[in-house]
Ligand binder design. Structure first.
Ligand SMILES: [Zn+2]
Length: 272
């Protein structure tokens, strides 16, 4: 049994064929109104999540991928989408739909271990967040009317209808938003909650040293800012005098050395 908390349960609409594994969450567009019982989940324009199939069982939305794909259908008709859309121009998912798809993906990650990453294609080892067209052969790809790629060699076929554009390029372009929001839901990025990894690696002694260094620097800055111009000049004059004294001492020592050298030379001359 795997029903998503917060989703409206519509009763089991599948023939109860168990999933074999959980690799992918796949985004679809309904071409109509929610719900579409072929998928596990349907998302209405206002972000309401409907569940037609327990994720213990397969959907009927991804053909050869059904044994490992959790399917989400998204509503695309109605006032939020300008009525009945025409291809290839297609209204994007509403913000509420993006958020709802992210909630489903985050839940699928926690509940079933679907990785929070873009799924590159429909090949059997590929995992993550996918879109239906990745398993559909057709005239897709850069330079065509439908630039997002379709099925690649070796990929599973996810529809019996070749050329199906689901979920449209407009909506495929929103997958990074869904993924980012799902990552945010499972791993909050609020900097006040997330420890600095460099700071985490430091020992308590390191941290104490850095705290003391920071304190010393703050003290220096504070002292410098407190000095008036006159005080600063006095300080520089004192430093100058100290340097002059040092120079005098040095010259004195050098002079004494020369005297000693002369005395030694005189003594050497006497012993010759
Ligand atoms: Zn589809």
């Amino acid at each position: 049994m795997a029903r998503m908390p917060g989703a409206t349960w519509l009763g089991e609409q599948s023939p109860r064929t168990p999933m074999s594994r959980y690799d992918i969450v796949c985004v679809h567009t309904i071409v109509g109104y929610a719900p579409a019982h072929a998928a596990h989940f349907s998302v209405k324009a206002d972000g309401t999540i409907l569940q037609s199939r327990d994720t213990a069982y397969r959907s009927a939305a991804n053909l050869d991928g059904n044994h490992r794909v959790i399917a989400i259908e998204n509503e695309d008709h109605g006032p939020a989408f300008g009525g009945t859309p025409r291809l290839p121009a297609w209204a994007p998912l509403t913000d509420a739909q993006v958020a709802a798809n992210a909630q489903i993906l985050a839940w699928a990650h926690t509940e079933h271990g679907v990785p929070l990453q873009p799924c590159p294609d429909s090949r059997p080892a590929s995992r993550g967040l996918a879109y239906h067209r990745q398993g559909i052969p057709g005239n897709f790809g850069p330079g065509t009317a439908y630039p997002a790629p379709g099925r690649v060699d070796g990929g599973e076929t996810w529809s019996s209808s070749a050329g199906k554009v689901c979920p449209t390029d407009t909506r495929i372009a929103q997958l990074p938003d869904i993924l980012a929001a799902a990552i945010d839901l499972t791993h909050p990025t609020d900097p006040s909650q997330k420890p600095d990894p460099e700071e985490e690696a430091m020992t308590p002694a390191d941290k104490s040293l850095i705290r003391r260094q920071n304190k010393a620097t703050r003290k220096q800055v504070q002292l410098a800012s407190e000095l008036s111009t006159a005080e600063h000049e006095d300080l520089m004059a004192a430093v100058g005098k100290a340097q002059a004294r040092t120079t005098r001492s040095k010259n004195q020592i050098l002079a004494e050395l020369k005297d000693l050298e002369r005395e030694i030379a005189a003594l050497d001359a006497e012993t010759d």
